[in-house]
Structures are given as structure tokens and as C-alpha cells.
Design a protein around this ligand. Sequence first.
Ligand SMILES: [Mg+2]
Length: 336
Amino acid sequence: MKRREFMGYAMAAGAALGFPRSLGAGAPAKAKIDRIDIFPVIYPTAGYFKFFGGPGGSAGRAAVIVKITADNGTVGWGQAVPLPKWGKPDGALIPLSWTVNVSDIEDVGALVDEGKKRGYRHFNIKVAPDPDFDAALAREVRRLAPETFLWADANGGYELETALKAAPRLADVGVDVLESPLRPNRISGYQALKKQGALPILMDEGVVSPTDIEEFIKLGMLDGVAMKPARCGGLASCRRQVEICLEHGLMWLGSGLTDPDISLAASLCLYGSYGLKKPAALNGPQFLTVDVLKKPLRIENGFAPVPTGLGLGIDVDEDKVIDLMNRSSGDRLLRS
Ligand SMILES: [Mg+2]
């Protein structure tokens, strides 16, 4: 088979398949696939190459060999050569951030301790509208967790004048980033805070579509975005938003809406795929006590595993879903 014929066939088949000449270059569309065999393999390697080191001595070049058999007996072979760091991660872990939301500074110690006992090393705080309280809160968390990535989220709760005073104070006591200091329609306010430069300014509320981010970037309102697939209508939109941040050299952090298991798995898949290193403010595991999965996501020592199976990498237990629905809605829904 000539190369041009092969490429034409491969294009038609949608994959790089090495079908032999006997299939007939002129009639590829008439062949029907009868069977597909898939062989996951690891080619042993000689020498060191950074991409092929694996845990437990599993070093090697992982690959998948595919054998496709047509209904006339013709066989074609193909091969996928995945790199976990370039695609969906294999066994990656994402550090989580423990949410500290208190109304009394005296409560901080116990809450931080609770997080530490569960293995968390990173903390996010809810701030606004009182900058005195916020500075005291941040100072206390920083004192109790000197190495933490300290992420302050105001949920749009400051007025501009207060935010301009709060940002440098929060920076002075060790806050690393300030999220949503103002409501998202305060364009000139965000511009002023970004220009002030006391802390990286992240946006959350108000960022729904990729278009929103592009507009906010053009207006010079932000240094980054707290991502949430659940806020963006799903993975496709959120993925594009991560890419926009990367294209513009902006920070992006992994966040959530106290996501339960299925939504949490989707968030972990997205964040893991883009190699998120900063602690993710995914606090579903901190606050929620029920799951609907056959094999619950295991959160250990403040790290969440990136699911690695098909799709979202989880199996939903429908009995658990029905049980939770019944517990949630009571008799009223059951009677309707
Ligand atoms: Mg937020």
C-alpha cells in the first residue's frame, strides 16, 4: 500500500491502523470491524528517561497495542503511547485545603487542629467584611500553620475602600492570595486592587463562561481564577477557562462548591489533567458525610486521588442514590 493510500485509509478509519494491501485500497469503506483486541503492555527500557519512571519499580514505556479484525479476516494493528503527565493522570494526588470559617478567633485553634488531625496541611479562610477580624484570623492561621498556602476568600464581601485597606494588611500577616474581594460587577474596583498589587487578585463569582474570563482579562481586573466546574456548567467550559488562564500567564486554583462525590471526581479529573499543584479548596470531604459510590473516593492525609478509570473514574451505586434521595425528600416525594 502506498503511503498516500495508507494515510487516506487511516483518515477514513479515524486511527493509525496498518491494514495490509489485501484489504484493497479502493474499498476501505466496505470493511466492517468484527473484533477489537486490546493489549496493555510495558516495554522495558534501557537507561534513564524522566517520563518513564514509575512507582514500585514499574519503570518502562507503557503502551496499548490494539488489534482490529475485519469481518473478512483482515487484521490491522495500532498502538497508543500514553504519557500520564500529558493526558489524564495516572494515580496523581491533589492536596486539599481545609476551610476555616469562624466567627470567633478563639475557635480557630480547634478547627485548624481538626484539619491537621485529618492530615491537612493547607488552609483557606473566609474573610470580609471586617478587615480587623480578617487580619487577626489570617495571622492566627499562619501562626498555627506556618507552611500553609493561605488562601483568603471574601466572596465579594468588601466595599472597594475597605478592600484596598484589607489587601495589604492580609499580605502583611501572610495571606498568599485574595479571592473575590468585591462583587464581580465592580470593574473599576478590581482594576484598582490589581493595580495596587498587594496580593494576587483572583475571581470566582461572576466567571461563568470562557468569554467572561477573556473580558475580565482585557479589562485588567484579575491575576487569576478560582476554578469550579460546577459554576461553569461543566467540564468543557471549565477546561477552556483553565487553558485561557495558562495562555495569559494567569494563576488558576482548584476550587469547588462543597462538591459531593460525583462532582468532586469531575473536578479532580480536570485539575489532575492540568497538573494542579496548589492545594485545592475542594471541601466536600471536609463537610459531607455521605457518598453514593460503590468505592468511595479515599481522602488520606489531606490528599485526594485523581480517579483513573473510564469516564469520571467512579462507579455510582444506584441503591445509595435512591437511599439518599429517600432520606433527602422524605415521604412527600415518594408519594408523588
Ligand atoms: Mg470563592
